[in-house]
Design a binder for this molecule. Structure first.
Ligand SMILES: Cc1cc2nc3c(=O)[nH]c(=O)nc-3n(C[C@H](O)[C@H](O)[C@H](O)COP(=O)(O)OP(=O)(O)OC[C@H]3O[C@@H](n4cnc5c(N)ncnc54)[C@H](O)[C@@H]3O)c2cc1C
Length: 450
């Protein structure tokens, strides 16, 4: 059994800011006084910084207000899978939006990968990107039907994937717990280096970034006034790139729910441990569980295990605190999939928040009396590519061009529930999927028992 699970609460390795970033040494000063710009962006994650960079390239003057520091949110805490439509639940939205729009949505997800790959080159961001592809891999033979069905539907919608059979998995040295799967372009990166690269590029480009500057309120009109503790920023356009934190601002409360996602990371593995794993290509692996498991090696030779068990806090809260139960379940997943690593110390664990719409589709649009407030949320656990690409789409929209991919995102998002119904519904739904996943994992263990 892994040493981490022997600690009482599982919180002694907890990292408040996640495992990739620290508060930057050149933390930008808080906003003081009243300023104006062409666009004010709230939130400095992938979406906010990407929008800021694209707008600046179009010649706009841009202010970004960030409550803590750029990368404080999910963008600095994620698992670093740059994945396209792989792992997206095609069934869920195919029926809802129809074939044509579903095809465009798939290309939105896939285009996110190409967009980030291009931006890494253009902005010269070194974030240990390994374009290994992502494999959605089964851990039990009974997952084959679901995997093949989803892959076939994805292909029908334009997703470029192919099946990887057991022989190929073994030939590639993929750890044996992963039986077969389907693969798609993309890869893994260090999200901390990516977001800090965007931050540096934004500062270099002249974006006025105010960190430790929380948006407290705003008033609408031809010029939107965004109020903070010690000042205000006004502009004809405001972009809310606050993702899971948006409901706390009183917006999108009826469209998205914040979900807590957790991660554990081992201490660096020895050369001998790495050799026992094989896994020469270091492909990012996700599983077709109801709540996926994701397993990847990092450039610092650690193993990162994420997702597996999601959490919802009453009232759409986003408390930045440990989730020992989730870390324990992640340790169990690691022990199950990597028996040769049992006993390896856990170096870090953390949690962060994504936002989810009930149809699992992106929630990107325009609101306000003057239609000059733009927002982006709801990219679930697939924001590395999509939320970066959204920056480009929103900047074009502000510049007067509606990109076809932005138009494709327009659809009616199902309404969330009022509390306490939402809390009850989320708890019941998460408990249900956890039960199904636990049953499958028991089958896997039983099939391996001597
Ligand atoms: C543990 C974990 C693993 C994940 N793994 C992956 C993965 O492997 N691949 C993938 O594609 N996606 C993954 N995701 C999802 C992905 O990280 C997100 O979809 C993406 O980072 C969202 O980017 P964003 O810019 O929209 O939001 P965020 O990065 O959350 O940025 C929002 C920003 O707004 C700021 N803010 C909030 N309120 C205010 C306010 N009032 N005033 C000023 N600023 C404010 C926050 O501080 C934050 O910095 C993961 C997420 C988590 C938590």
């Amino acid at each position: 059994m892994n040493t981490f699970s022997e600690t009482k609460t599982g919180t002694d390795r907890f990292r408040l800011l996640g495992g990739w970033v620290e508060r930057p040494d050149d933390l930008q000063p808080a906003l003081e006084g009243d300023i104006t710009a062409d666009v004010v962006i709230i939130g400095a994650g992938f979406a906010g910084l990407s929008t800021a960079l694209e707008l600046t390239a179009l010649g706009a003057s841009v202010v970004v207000l960030e409550q803590d520091f750029a990368g404080f949110g999910a963008s600095g805490r994620n698992a670093g899978y740059l994945a396209g439509s792989m792992g997206v639940e095609f069934e869920l939205f195919h029926k809802r939006v129809g074939l044509e729009q579903a095809r465009k949505l798939v290309s939105f997800y896939d285009e996110g990968v190409s967009y980030v790959e291009r931006r890494l080159r253009e902005l010269a961001i070194d974030c240990d990107y390994n374009p290994s592809g992502i494999i959605r891999a089964a851990v039990h033979p009974s997952q084959e039907k679901k995997l093949r069905h989803s892959m076939a539907l994805g292909q029908h919608l334009g997703s470029v994937t192919r099946f990887v059979d057991a022989d190929e998995m073994r030939a590639r040295g993929i750890p044996p717990a992963f039986l077969f799967g389907c693969t798609q372009h993309g890869g893994t990166l260090d999200p901390g280096k990516y977001i800090m690269g965007l931050r540096r590029a934004a500062l270099r480009a002249g974006v006025r970034l105010f960190e430790q500057t929380r948006l407290l309120s705003y008033s609408e009109g031809p010029s939107i006034v965004c109020r903070t503790e010690r000042g205000s920023a006004s502009a004809p356009f405001m972009v809310l790139a606050t993702n899971a934190y948006t409901p706390q601002l009183g917006l999108l409360r009826d469209k998205v729910v914040p979900l807590r996602v957790s991660a554990i990371e081992t201490a660096p593995l020895s050369k001998a441990q790495l050799k026992t794993l094989g896994w020469q290509g270091r492909e990012g692996i996700v599983t077709p569980h109801w709540t996926m498991e994701s397993h990847r090696l990092t450039a610092r030779d650690t193993l990162l295990v994420t997702t597996k068990q999601l959490g919802y806090a009453y009232g759409s809260g986003t408390p930045n605190q440990p989730d020992p139960a989730a870390y324990k379940v992640l340790v169990q997943a690691m022990d199950d999939r990597f028996p040769t690593l049992r006993g390896t110390p856990i170096g870090a664990c953390w949690s962060g928040y994504i936002s989810l719409a009930f149809d699992a589709l992106p929630v990107v649009g325009t609101t306000g009396l003057q239609r000059n407030i733009l927002y982006s949320a709801g990219c679930s656990g697939h924001g590395v590519g999509t939320q970066s690409l959204v920056g480009y789409l929103l900047a074009e929209r502000i510049g007067g061009i509606e990109h076809p991919l932005l138009a494709a995102l327009r659809h009616k998002t199902p309404t969330t529930l009022p509390e306490p119904l939402q809390w009850c519904a989320m708890k019941a739904a998460l408990a249900g999927v956890n039960r199904l996943d636990r049953a499958l994992n028991r089958k896997v263990r039983a099939s391996l028992a001597p």
